[in-house]
Design a protein around this ligand. Structure first.
Ligand code: FES
Length: 115
């Protein structure tokens, strides 16, 4: 059982539904793996976290903080994709930690990858 200080709760908007997801720090390798496990989405996370397929595209809703700093291959991958916004991230490049607590995440699930 995780310590109470590690508890994380956030909201996930996906295909017209809102899910309330509970987790704890580092329960999953990254946010993509958490979403893949808790909300089954076909074709989500195709490259398994290398940051190259773009199928784990998410938006961080109403947020203007450090989680908007892209890492790894994100900018290169986004340069090949439509519908990219300033609050777009690849879920596979985001850690599961306390910074997610209270956020609303929206999955941009258009089944298009950059392959
Ligand atoms: S799983 Fe492929 S870019 Fe995130």
């Amino acid at each position: 059982m995780p310590a109470k200080k590690d508890a994380i709760k956030f909201f996930l908007n996906c295909e017209g539904k809102t899910f309330v997801l509970d987790t704890y720090t580092h329960e999953y390798r990254n946010l993509m793996m958490l979403i893949y496990d808790k909300v089954y989405l076909e074709n989500f996370g195709e490259c398994k976290g290398t940051g190259r397929c773009g199928t784990c595209h998410i938006l961080i809703v109403d947020y203007d903080g450090e989680l908007l700093t892209r890492e790894g291959n994100e900018n290169t991958t986004f340069s090949k994709m439509p519908f990219v916004k300033s609050n777009s991230r690849l879920a596979c490049q985001m850690m599961v930690d306390e910074k997610l607590n209270g956020l609303t995440i929206e999955v941009i699930h258009d089944n298009d990858s950059v392959y």
